[in-house]
Design a protein around this ligand. Structure first.
Ligand SMILES: *[C@@H]1O[C@H](CO)[C@@H](O)[C@H](O)[C@H]1NC(C)=O
Ligand SMILES: *[C@@H]1O[C@H](CO)[C@@H](O)[C@H](O)[C@H]1NC(C)=O
Length: 224
């Protein structure tokens, strides 16, 4: 490799790495265990931090990801999080885990995580997964990126993009996901738009989705 090319690569990498940043702030100390007890709190970076002198191994520990989590109503899927709300030692570390389980034809519906990219590995089963991305030249055009995954397969959903996971197998499926945020956020597209409280003006939804207002009312009834 010529010296010139090598220099070019090094400079390009240097520039790229200087632009890389995550949404969660970088930690300013080794750890910062979230606490709701303001008397034991010493400083803030994300949530209040527990006095480090009072830290124990249990602050960094969570049991229970060996079993499936809470059902998403009507969708035959189950989700369990190891995030800032269940594992206080994650505070400021910019990372979290999710376990998702699916009965046959169970679905995690189209949703986004506004603050985190998600990478999943299939532990069991067969899933149809994917995400949507607007065309960079024309935001009204959308490209879909989908894939059928089986055990051991890995897929990544870029931060903020709408994605879904659907069990297309005849058996249960289990997925483990990691997110580069302690609290990546969750926006479920259909229930956010049709289930809001108070409901959006039906004109807005009718025009946005090119549906007649009777259908809009029906969907609002289903999601509210
Ligand atoms: C899951 O792990 C907990 C310990 O963290 C244990 O008590 C429980 O029996 C386990 N459940 C199953 C179904 O393995
Ligand atoms: C699928 O999951 C359900 C709910 O956890 C469980 O009751 C059932 O036994 C599982 N089926 C198989 C074949 O593992």
């Amino acid at each position: 490799m010529s010296l010139c090319l090598l220099t070019f690569i090094l400079v390009t990498f240097g520039l790229l790495s200087s632009f890389v940043s995550s949404f969660d702030p970088s930690p300013y100390q080794d750890f910062c265990i979230a606490t709701s007890d303001s008397k034991a709190a010493v400083f803030v970076n994300g949530k209040f931090c527990k006095d480090p002198k009072l830290a124990t191994a249990d602050d960094f520990f969570l049991a229970g990801l060996n079993v499936s989590g809470n059902p998403l109503p009507g969708l035959r899927s189950f989700v369990k999080l190891a995030d800032i709300n269940s594992l206080p030692g994650l505070n400021t570390l910019g990372i979290s885990l999710v376990r998702a389980d699916f009965a046959p034809y169970g679905l995690i519906p189209p949703h986004t995580h506004p603050r985190g990219t998600e990478i999943i590995v299939v532990l069991e089963g067969t899933l149809y997964v994917g995400f949507l991305a607007p065309d960079t030249m024309n935001p009204f055009k959308t490209q879909s990126f989908t894939k059928i995954l089986s055990k051991g397969d890995v897929f990544v959903f870029p931060q903020g993009l709408i994605h879904f996971q659907y069990n297309v197998g005849h058996t249960n499926a289990t997925v483990l996901g990691a997110l580069n945020s302690q609290n990546a956020g969750l926006i479920v597209v259909a229930s956010e738009l049709f289930g809001s409280n108070p409901p959006l003006l039906d004109d807005v939804l009718s025009k946005a989705f090119q549906l007649d207002k009777k259908m809009v009312k029906q969907l609002q009834g289903l999601f509210s």
